[in-house]
Design a protein. Structure first.
Length: 125
C-alpha cells in the first residue's frame, strides 16, 4: 500500500508522537468529526506529566530508544490504535450525549465581540 493510501488511517491513530526527548500525544479520538465520524465522549487524556517534567540540562547521553520504550512500542503498533466510529450522517445536536459532556467544558466564545455578535450577552465598557 502506498503512503497516500495510509495517510487517513495514520491520522486517526491515537498514539504518541516522539522526537528524541519530546513525547506528545496525538488525541485523534477528540477530533473524530474531522474524519467524518460521529464524536463520542473521548477517553481521558493521556498523562504525560512525567515526560514534560524531564530536565535535560547537562544531560546529553540518554538512550532514547530505552528511555521512551513504552511510547515507542505503542507507535510501532499504531495500527492497533486507529480510532474508528460510525459515519457522521447528521448534524451534532445540542442534546446529544457528546454535546451534554462538551458544553460545560468549553468556551463558547473566544472574544467578547464574538459573544455579543449573536446577542447572547451584553457588554458594558
Amino acid at each position: 500500500m502506498n503512503f497516500m493510501g495510509q495517510t487517513s488511517e495514520m491520522a486517526r491513530a491515537r498514539v504518541p508522537l516522539i522526537c528524541f526527548a519530546l513525547v506528545e500525544w496525538h488525541a485523534a479520538d477528540r477530533v473524530m468529526r474531522q474524519f467524518g465520524l460521529q464524536q463520542p465522549i473521548p477517553a481521558d487524556p493521556v498523562n504525560l506529566e512525567k515526560q514534560h517534567k524531564m530536565d535535560l540540562r547537562g544531560k546529553n547521553d540518554y538512550n532514547w530508544l530505552e528511555k521512551h520504550n513504552e511510547w515507542i512500542q505503542i507507535w510501532n503498533n499504531r495500527n492497533d490504535y486507529i480510532v474508528t466510529g460510525m459515519p457522521a450522517n447528521q448534524p451534532l445536536y445540542h442534546y446529544s450525549d457528546y454535546m451534554q459532556w462538551y458544553l460545560p467544558r468549553t468556551r463558547k466564545f473566544i472574544s467578547p465581540d464574538g459573544a455579543y455578535s449573536i446577542g447572547s450577552v451584553k457588554i458594558y465598557y
